[in-house]
Design a protein around this ligand. Structure first.
Ligand code: PEP
Length: 253
């Protein structure tokens, strides 16, 4: 099945409001509007409303990098999926390894966040991936299987069909060392086989699985040409319009 690729930027906690507007304007002006892929950007929460109202009519879709499990309540400092829906946000990254590492998010919590996002029509981008120690001890398949199982297996057919998965080996995030296209393809095929067993061929074939971890203009083509890699979740390189545009072009080749 031909799946539409997604090139998604994850800005993490970078850029001032002015820098955010300038970068999005550069991306919106530089995009080749004949290219057929989805272009998504997850900016810090506080810029979303402005960016959506200014650039929401371009091809770029805007999303958040996290949301809370509940719709509202006495949860100081949190932002809900309901709030994100009310400003016309399109997607939300959930379970990023930085959330797992620094904010102690578990697959159980992430599963609840996925349900909250789906309830408010936000497409969840569910991140999974092993650490270097886990890969070195050959536990990477087992770890990723457990993450997929705990966060996704009890979704119903309609819910799982709305999920985007990002395989992000922790050792490749922000390190400049990407998984080789063979390593990434091997894990993507494995994730798709898990989905096949649990949800059936049609659903597994349609789910988009992104690769994330030091995707740059010089390695994007090799990664995106793999049969089970349906685009990328891009951190560092998504902060620089020229690099992000070049990666978007690589997905069209
Ligand atoms: C990320 O933030 O999800 C990521 C993959 O970062 P980088 O591209 O910088 O490795």
């Amino acid at each position: 099945m031909k799946r539409k690729k997604i090139i998604a930027g994850n800005w993490k906690m970078y850029k001032t409001a002015q820098e955010a507007e300038t970068t999005i304007a550069e991306i919106a002006n530089g995009i080749n509007y004949n290219q057929q892929n989805d272009v998504w950007t997850a900016t810090p929460f506080i810029y979303l409303q402005n960016l959506i109202s200014r650039f929401g009519n371009t091809t770029i879709k805007f999303g958040a990098q996290n949301c809370y499990t509940k719709d509202e309540g006495a949860f100081t400092g949190e932002v809900s999926a309901k709030m994100l829906q009310s400003i016309h946000c399109s997607f939300v990254i959930l379970g990023h390894s930085e959330r797992r590492q620094y904010f102690f998010e578990t697959d159980i919590i992430i599963h609840e966040k996925i349900l909250a996002a789906l309830n408010h029509n936000l497409l969840p981008v569910y991140c999974c991936g092993e650490t270097l120690a886990q890969r070195n001890t050959k536990k990477h398949f087992e770890i990723v299987e457990q993450q997929i199982k705990e966060a996704l297996y009890n979704l119903n057919a309609d819910q799982i069909s709305k999920i985007v998965i990002a395989y992000e080996p922790v050792w490749a995030i922000g390190t400049g060392v990407n998984a080789t296209s063979e390593q990434a393809q091997e894990m993507h095929a494995y994730i798709r086989s898990l989905l096949q067993t649990q949800f059936g061929d049609a659903i597994a074939d349609a789910i988009r699985i992104l690769y994330g971890g030091s995707v740059k203009p010089n390695n994007a083509t090799a990664l995106f040409s793999q049969p089970d890699i349906d685009g990328g979740l891009i951190g560092g390189a998504s902060l620089i319009a020229k690099d992000f545009l070049s990666i978007i072009e690589s997905a069209s080749e």
